[in-house]
Design a binder for this molecule. Structure first.
Ligand code: GLU
Length: 376
């Protein structure tokens, strides 16, 4: 059957590309370790589980307001100076928030500047909105602001910033974000900030949000997520903070796509927001320890820039590629030989690298690195 050009132009999410091969290997009795998908091993916190169960017990199983429960939107708005509930829209994960943003702000042919490597879904979401992803290389995983400025044309509509970055774990310094902000003002651009990992930054670093730059708030859209910080990946809960006209446009689209996000899950999210930071601080420390362990484990195998946030290593594997082999071929070979799944850098727009998620259980991490070292 003929499918739409729009859908023919996009690929399925690459973070899931090895799921069939992993299943096949498991069926053959192999012990597969996935360091591919970005999912923390932590349990969902008890207060979240309890609040969700209570919501189910009292039949919070009906439609709720399309942009999210008012009480949840208000609680989220309190975290953003100067924002009100009307600036917040709750989505089925920040993935849906980002998709909706591009639908709301891109016209056909509009250019969206994406520093690469970048998360696999950005390019496809931009294309689905009729936009054109403009991929701008980074330097040692940090923004090359001059190259980004040079990439701006009369068709540029958006710059997307993802800090801490998936897949590299890079955290962008405030001075670079301020330069991006000035570019946005000069060229009348919208800034989209994917901040799904904003609490998970290490070595005492602080994550600067584009929202912190008060003078550009009228052109900034921030997305954040409950998935990573609260280990709520299956709840599918994220949100966007946007200027009111954009928030209203997104709500209009939301009203035709899913309507509201699962009502009882939103009560779980509300409970997550009422927790104090103790658990998150513990989890951040645990991830920092695993980051150090993972960096130490691979140091003698692959060169790797030390990640400052998120929970990924993005080492350079080019020294281990066979002639003609891409990072995709390499990742498939590693999976077949060692049973360890990682995501190839080419899926993030940078061949010669792989992404390794270090949020897996420590025993699995150690075993995975041991197997990889043996084979290489
Ligand atoms: N964001 C995570 C990752 O990059 C989850 C999977 C996805 O949504 O792509 O692995």
């Amino acid at each position: 059957m003929k499918l739409s050009q729009r859908i023919e132009a996009i690929e399925g999410s690459k973070t899931a590309r090895f799921i069939p091969l992993m299943a096949e290997l498991r069926q053959k009795g192999r012990q597969v370790i996935s360091l591919a998908i970005g999912e923390p091993e932590f349990d969902t916190p008890d207060p979240v589980i309890e609040a969700t169960k209570r919501a189910l017990d009292r039949q919070a199983t009906r439609y709720s307001e399309i942009p999210g429960l008012p009480v949840l939107r208000e609680a989220l708005a309190e975290r953003f100076e100067g924002a009100g509930a009307q600036n917040i829209v709750v989505f089925n994960g920040s993935k849906q928030a980002l998709h909706t943003i591009f639908q709301a702000i891109c016209d056909p042919g509009d250019e969206v500047i994406l520093p690469i490597p970048c998360w696999v879904s950005f390019t496809e979401q931009v294309k689905m909105a009729g936009g054109r992803p403009v991929l701008v290389p980074t330097r040692d995983h940090q923004l090359d602001v001059d190259a980004m400025a040079a990439a701006i044309t009369g068709r540029t509509r958006v710059i997307l910033i993802n800090s801490p970055n998936n897949p590299t774990g890079a955290l962008y310094p405030r001075k670079d974000l301020e330069r991006i902000a000035r570019l946005a003002v000069r060229h009348d651009l919208i800034l989209v900030a994917d901040e799904a990992y904003d609490f998970f930054v290490y070595d005492g670093a602080v994550c600067t949000s584009l929202y912190d730059l008060a003078e550009i708030r009228d052109r900034v859209i921030v997305t954040r997520s409950f998935s990573k910080h609260y280990a709520m990946t299956g709840f599918r809960l994220g949100y966007a903070v946007a200027p009111i006209p954009v928030a209203n446009a997104m709500i209009r689209l939301h009203s035709h796509t899913t309507g509201n996000v699962c009502t009882f899950a939103q009560y779980g999210a509300l409970a997550a927001l009422s927790m104090d930071e103790t658990l998150l601080v513990q989890r951040r420390a645990e991830l920092e320890r695993k980051r150090d362990l993972a960096v130490a484990q691979i140091a003698d195998v692959f060169p790797c820039v030390r990640p400052q946030g998120a929970f990924y290593l993005f080492p350079n594997v080019s020294g281990h590629l066979k002639p003609g082999e891409t990072s995709g071929d390499f990742a498939a070979r590693i999976l077949e030989q060692t049973g360890v799944a990682v995501v190839p850098g080419e899926d993030f727009g940078l061949d010669g690298y792989v992404r390794i998620c270090f949020a897996a259980p420590e025993t699995q991490l150690l075993e995975a690195f041991k197997r990889i070292r043996e084979v290489l």
